[in-house]
Design a protein around this ligand. Structure first.
Ligand SMILES: [Zn+2]
Length: 295
């Protein structure tokens, strides 16, 4: 009996395939070789017309090795600690002191504008052995930006901060965790894994230094990515606004709670480290599984 299975034909996979899909639409064809070859050739033509680069194949392969991480699976008691939005004179020096006292190395996700305006602090962060991540140029909400603005947010942060430090970022964190498909693609092109987080300083109703320190100290488990701050994001540009003052209050409590939190996590036998250090010591994702087999 003749079967006519149907195939969904794209040109290549990964992010470049998405571009093609948008330009060319998906093609439904029969399963005879001739129709498939024809559809494939048409899709390839449309891909090239849509701006597919000659090296697109290579680029797709590289993009596909990048990951989005909330937390990881580990076999040892380790977790990551990260600080976003700095560096700032208000918070970064005290955080560096607390980390040095605890013997902890962290990831600082740099807001480009702050890095360029506080280059000495930026250099201190790196000199202390901490890792740096790209946290965009000025902390805009990526979900409101077009593709050109999105690319500029990551690339400007990279270029201006690297000009100060002479060394590259190794990861990306989207402001407020508001990740878009295009931002993820740009991050992958720049060679970054993208980190979100799995634990914070705690709910907004925790308003005392002791409560916040206890929450962080007792909540972090092995494999977690703890997301904290050494700046106030967009509040940097409007520091007297109500939202900026509220953020500054939250940050102040968070920073003051940090030494106790670090001590409690250490007492529980968990070693904190940078995000990439955690990932490099985590279990690889399982291969295979019982999902549907592609045609
Ligand atoms: Zn942020």
């Amino acid at each position: 009996m003749a079967t006519r299975r149907q195939f969904l034909v794209g040109a290549g996979g990964g992010a470049a395939g998405l571009v093609v899909g948008a330009a060319a639409g998906a093609l439904l064809v029969g399963d005879d070789d001739e129709a498939r070859a024809e559809a494939s050739a048409t899709a390839q033509e449309q891909f090239m017309e849509a701006g597919g680069a000659a090296d697109a194949g290579e680029r797709v392969a590289r993009l596909g090795t990048r990951r989005v991480i909330w937390n990881t699976t580990v076999t040892e008691p380790i977790a990551a600690i990260t600080f976003d939005d700095g560096p700032t004179p208000e918070y970064t020096p005290r955080i560096l002191d607390a980390l040095a006292t605890a013997g902890v190395t962290a990831t600082f996700n740099v807001m480009g504008w702050n890095g360029v305006h506080h280059p000495d602090l930026l250099r201190q962060v790196v000199a202390a052995g901490h890792e740096i991540g790209n946290h965009t140029w000025d902390h805009r909400d990526l979900t409101t930006l077009d593709v050109h603005e999105t690319r500029d947010e990551l690339v400007r942060c990279k270029e201006e901060v690297e000009a100060v430090l002479g060394q590259p970022f190794t990861s990306f964190r989207p402001p407020r965790g508001e990740l878009t498909g295009y931002a993820l693609r740009v991050a992958a092109e720049l060679g970054y894994d993208t980190y979100i987080w799995s634990v914070t300083r705690g709910p907004g109703d925790k308003e005392s230094v002791t409560e916040i320190g206890d929450y962080m100290g007792q909540t972090v488990v092995a494999g977690d990515v703890l997301g904290l701050h050494d700046g106030i994001g967009q509040g940097t540009f409007d520091p007297t606004a109500a939202f900026a003052r509220a953020l500054a209050e939250r940050r102040e409590l968070e920073v003051r709670a940090l030494p106790a939190a670090l001590a409690q996590v250490a007492d529980r036998g968990i070693t904190l480290m940078s995000a990439n250090a955690l990932l490099s010591r985590s279990e690889p994702l399982p291969v295979g599984g019982t999902g549907p087999t592609p045609p």
